[in-house]
Design a protein around this ligand. Structure first.
Ligand code: KG4
Ligand code: ZN
Length: 348
């Protein structure tokens, strides 16, 4: 069995081919970073046009790398939301057309659910790990921070961000420091040479006893620290940062990791986490990976980290989530799926 996955929810155009055991035969990601760079963020209209241009090339390449032909594909999985509507429409429509032309099923996939199960995918042609229910999932990306409990037939939300997502905080802070976009990988590298305990930066709780996250206060605190130091966002070379700013950025990263760990620990104490699957672009962060692994070891519970290739947006995770759906529910009804800008995890 071969599954073809299509992801176009934001600014990466991606197509992947997986076999029925979740082996990633190809996962081609075409980034639009350069197209959006002059605007300092993703421009929806440009994203949609770029997907339209890039998708056919990405599609051909994914089939070629998997040594597969379009006639061999048995199932199509395409991201239907949440994301930018114009961008989603490109991939979803292509998926529909392919499924219609070939007479094969199309599974519309929730992008967040794709992230959630991405931790089970292995690199190097290995089959995916079996999804071992129940588990807890932490999805941390540029648009989301979600902590959920996952059972075989249900996803129950536990906590989400009330304002910024952690990746968004990394991106905004990096931009204001003149370090470019995306901010996560740059700050990750800088923080490795800094002292993260030098500036204790608080990350607020919501104040109503919930486990929800909030990162906008931390971002504002950082902007104030930049003002104090006359940092205006002029482009700088990360190698020329002062030791003080390096420590400040390391402390910022430490604060985000500490907030995520704090909430995971709170939930573990009240609900008992068996296994934690971490995912999303921020799951590439070295300090987060190290901290959560050590936390799991200390509590003798399994922390599953995604391969770095599957942390940021990719179609392999979409194909895999589509495959799991198909295995559980069979082919979806013929009702044509629609693109949805909002689609909370755990809702159908
Ligand atoms: O999952 P993703 O590709 O897109 C969304 O669905 O949002 O995540 C992108 C985000 C960006 O905000 C980027 O700065 C962040 O993931 N990111 C990182 C790292 N690599 C990517 N954040 C922290 N540390 C990293 N190493
Ligand atoms: Zn994503």
């Amino acid at each position: 069995m071969l599954v073809l996955g299509i992801e176009t929810s934001c600014d990466e155009t991606s197509v992947a081919v997986l076999d029925g055991d979740g082996r990633v035969l190809s996962n081609v990601v075409s980034s639009q970073l350069a197209a959006h760079a002059p605007y300092g963020g993703v421009v929806p209209e440009i994203a949609a046009r770029a997907h339209l241009e890039n998708l056919p090339i990405t599609f051909e390449q994914a089939l070629a790398e998997a040594h597969a032909t379009v006639e061999q594909i048995d199932l199509v999985a395409a991201t239907a939301g949440p994301g930018l509507i114009g961008a989603l429409l490109v991939g979803l429509s292509a998926g529909k057309a392919l499924a219609f032309a070939r007479g094969i099923p199309l599974v519309p996939v929730n992008h967040l659910e794709g992230h959630l199960f991405s931790a089970f995918l292995r690199a190097g042609g290995e089959p995916a790990l079996p999804a071992d229910f129940p588990f807890h999932g932490l999805v941390v990306s540029g648009g989301h921070a979600e902590l959920v409990r996952v059972e075989s037939d249900r996803i129950s939300p536990i906590a989400r961000t009330r304002d910024d997502a952690p990746g968004e905080a990394f991106d905004k802070v990096a931009r204001r420091a003149g370090l470019g976009y995306p901010g996560g990988p740059v700050i990750d590298r800088i923080a490795a040479r800094g002292n993260g305990s030098r500036y204790p930066l608080p990350v607020g709780r919501t104040g109503d006893g919930s486990n929800d996250f909030s990162f906008s206060g931390l971002k504002t605190a950082m902007l104030r620290e930049f003002q104090k130091r006359d940092i205006t966002g002029e482009p700088v070379d990360s190698a020329s940062l002062s030791p003080d700013v390096v420590d400040l950025l390391a402390s910022f990263q430490r604060a985000i990791v500490a907030a995520l760990l704090d909430r995971v620990e709170t939930v573990h104490r009240s609900a008992g986490i068996r296994m934690l699957a971490v995912s999303g672009g921020v799951a590439a962060n070295s300090e987060l990976r190290r901290t959560l692994s050590e936390w799991g070891e200390a509590r003798r519970l399994r922390v599953l980290l995604p391969e770095r290739a599957y942390t940021t947006d990719n179609a392999a995770m979409i194909a895999f989530a589509g495959l799991l759906h198909y295995r559980k529910n069979g082919a979806p009804e013929r009702a044509a799926p629609v693109a949805r800008s909002r689609w909370p995890l755990g809702t159908s």
